[in-house]
Design a protein around this ligand. Structure first.
Ligand SMILES: *Cc1c(COP(=O)(O)O)cnc(C)c1O
Length: 374
């Protein structure tokens, strides 16, 4: 997709905010506990390489991604830190991961036996670093009982040319919930499974942002820090954050066209909005093709710092807002972020759309240019 460099609509990413959110967490960790910044999905829409650099500057010791291509993007950008792929990869890619010193999440024994044959075919460029994933109640990927886990560790031990047992981890499904009943059950299962381990690998980890913010006692020696690094509260609004999180992302544009509607005239597809009286209307060059959702009809943006309602349907590339008075073409529009004493947060947008800020942030498409400040 072409990047809209010649359109006044952009995502602005504040690197100082990223560094501040990440450094504040690094400072809270007990000595010996590392922070890996989670930069999957293009750094939650913020730009993976730029976020990785800010995280490294703020004290992150490594990175987590979801898929192999995201890990390769970081290697191509020159990052030599540990990188863990959190999702399931193809055993056929084991030699590539080994060569690039990228750590794989392994969730089943048959993956190891298959990967072993690929590694031997390729002449095992280096041992493949493996983190065993444990399913303690997330129900997504991972070993589910002690005998299977022990068999996998024994296999890694007896195939030390091909594999290095580097880590073991689990993922909580309710760490962002004020009710910790299920969290405690998962942690108990984690303790039972890890007690069965024949040996302890370099990294033992359970914590995403929510766990590290609100259940830091469980951290062990690594946290996988994601959404909070971007300045977003993992719980939405359910639990107060332990230190100030500074949102790093803003979305801004400009009015490209304004007009005065007469009473009875309509706006946008379906003519769902009709002016009751004469009013000023501005057009903003952003739409659902940019990830600004069609469901946002009736929500608002800030025009020159003043909240203005989005009227009529959000189109693919444009939307219309009702203005308090005539505003010149080029007037600043803030769709996410602060202008004066007014602010629209990603959380506000997510709440209006009936979803979570994660989904809005990583839904911004590549047509939006990302500009980096500070
Ligand atoms: C995405 C992810 C994280 C990061 O989660 P946040 O809520 O963004 O901190 C950590 N661990 C795993 C396994 C993940 O998939």
């Amino acid at each position: 997709m072409a990047i809209g460099e010649h359109r006044p609509t952009q995502l602005v990413i504040d690197r100082q905010a990223l560094r501040q959110n990440i450094h504040a967490e690094v400072e809270r960790l007990t000595p010996g506990c590392d922070l890996f910044m989670v930069v999957k999905a293009n750094g939650y829409g913020h730009g993976a390489v730029q976020v990785a650099q800010a995280a490294k500057d703020a004290g992150a010791r490594g990175f987590c991604v979801a898929i192999l291509d995201e890990a390769l993007e970081l290697r191509a950008a020159g990052f030599n830190e540990p990188i863990l792929i959190l999702g399931v990869t193809s055993p056929a890619d084991a030699p590539l991961m080994a060569k690039e010193h990228i750590s794989a999440t392994v969730a089943a024994m048959d993956w190891l036996t298959e990967a072993e044959s690929y590694l031997n075919l390729a002449g095992t460029p280096a041992p493949l670093r493996v983190h065993l994933g444990l399913d303690t109640g997330m129900g997504r990927i991972g070993f589910r009982n002690a005998p299977d886990l022990v068999a996998a560790v024994d296999y890694l031990t007896s195939h030390a040319t091909e594999f290095e047992f580097e880590g073991v981890f689990t993922h909580f499904s309710t760490a962002d919930d004020p009710d910790d009943t299920y969290f405690k059950q998962q942690f108990a299962k984690w303790q039972t499974l890890t007690k069965a381990l024949p040996r302890r690998p370099r990294y033992v980890h359970v914590s995403n942002s929510a766990t590290s913010l609100w259940h830091a006692a469980c951290n062990d020696n690594l946290v996988r820090y994601g959404v909070a690094g971007y300045g977003l509260n993992p719980s939405g609004t359910a639990i107060q954050e332990p230190f100030h999180l500074q949102p790093a992302l803003s979305l801004t544009s400009e009015l490209v066209y304004t007009k005065r509607l007469a009473a009875g005239e309509s706006v946008s597809y379906g003519a769902t909005y009709t002016a009751k009286e004469a009013e000023w209307v501005g057009t903003v060059p952003i739409g659902y093709a940019d990830g600004y959702e069609r469901r946002l009809q009736g929500f608002h943006v800030l025009v020159d710092g003043q909240p203005c309602e989005i009227i009529g349907r959000v189109c693919m590339d444009q939307l219309m807002v009702r203005l308090p008075h005539n505003c010149p073409r080029g007037t600043k529009v803030t769709l996410i972020g602060k202008d004066g004493d007014q602010e629209i947060t990603l959380q506000d947008v997510a709440t209006y759309c009936g979803t979570i800020h994660y989904e809005i942030a990583c839904g911004f498409t590549s047509r939006l240019p990302r500009r980096y400040i500070h």
